[in-house]
Design a protein around this ligand. Structure first.
Ligand code: NAD
Length: 257
């Protein structure tokens, strides 16, 4: 049995991870943690005030984190100190948090992924292929998430934009991201180099990403839709299973796939 610690245990993803663990045959819950003490579906969730102490006491084999960017550096640091591998799916991370993950990865294996749905990674590959093949086509990226999501555009949309930027071979449109246009208003003549980025927040949409390419009387849309949070939980737990056997270092979900 691999013992899994869960942070953000009271959140949408945390609850999904707890549910997946309760049905797992090879993973068991070692400790559920959140900002404050709580009870979730009969499980005691402990406050994170002394995370290092909790990790020392409960000794999880791996910690799985879906919280907020502000918490990630602190959690990664505690894992590094306690020697616990760290999986984080939290998005909206800035450079400082990425630096903290790198620092932690010198002591323990760390895996960070903005999206644990396998299909999204295949979408990334398909987008690269389409952009390379359809030179000069207009490209627009649209993402939709539930009304509780804080960061925008989503981490996945940012990765898709990076994939588009590297796949563009035409020097005139190879802009390295400077031509991302976030929504449009008023008079705006579309430049061929720009990539439109559109963010929608509504209801309980789990996560939808669409890349549209259009020109020469045709439109190609490549879309991924998560139908439940279960796909992210399953991916994160696959990552946890994989990470416990790795050497210290910084990994992404592609390595697991
Ligand atoms: P949520 O708001 O439902 O839950 C957030 C959790 O973090 C809660 O338990 C909350 O108590 C805790 N929290 C809030 N502030 C905190 C703080 N300062 N310190 C410690 N804990 C704190 O959010 P969610 O929908 O579960 O999403 C959590 C994160 O996971 C977001 O960044 C989201 O974008 C990301 N996400 C990633 C994937 C993926 O596949 N990588 C999938 C879904 C969501």
């Amino acid at each position: 049995m691999t013992a899994v610690g869960v942070t953000g245990a009271t959140g949408r993803m945390g609850r999904e991870i707890l549910a997946a663990l309760s049905e797992s045959e090879d993973l068991a819950l070692a400790i559920a943690i959140s900002r404050r003490e709580a009870t979730v579906d009969g499980i005691t969730v402990l406050a994170d005030d002394d995370l290092s102490g909790l990790l020392e006491e409960r000794r999880p084999d791996v910690l799985v984190d879906f919280t907020v960017a502000e918490a990630v550096s602190r959690y990664a640091g505690a894992c590094a100190t306690a020697g616990v591998p760290f999986v984080t799916g939290t998005t909206g991370l800035d450079e400082e948090v990425h630096a903290a993950l790198e620092a932690a990865s010198e002591s323990v294996p760390v895996l960070q992924a903005a999206n644990f749905a396998p299909g999204v990674h295949v979408l990334g590959r398909a987008v690269r292929t389409a952009v390379e093949a359809l030179e000069g086509y207009d490209i627009e990226v649209t993402e939709t998430h539930h009304n509780g999501k804080r960061d925008a555009p989503s981490g996945t949309a940012k990765r898709l934009l990076a994939a588009i930027d590297t796949a563009r071979t035409d020097p005139e449109t190879r802009t390295g991201g400077s031509d991302h246009v976030y929504g449009r208003e008023g008079h705006h003549r579309r430049r061929s180099a720009e990539v439109g980025v559109h963010v929608r927040r509504a209801g309980d949409v789990r996560g939808e990403h669409e890349v549209l390419l259009a020109d020469h009387d045709e439109v190609l849309t490549l879309t991924h839709r998560a139908e439940s949070r279960g796909v992210f939980a399953a991916g994160a737990l696959d990552a946890a299973r994989w990470l416990v056997d790795q050497e210290p270092g910084l990994y992404d979900f592609e390595a697991v796939l």
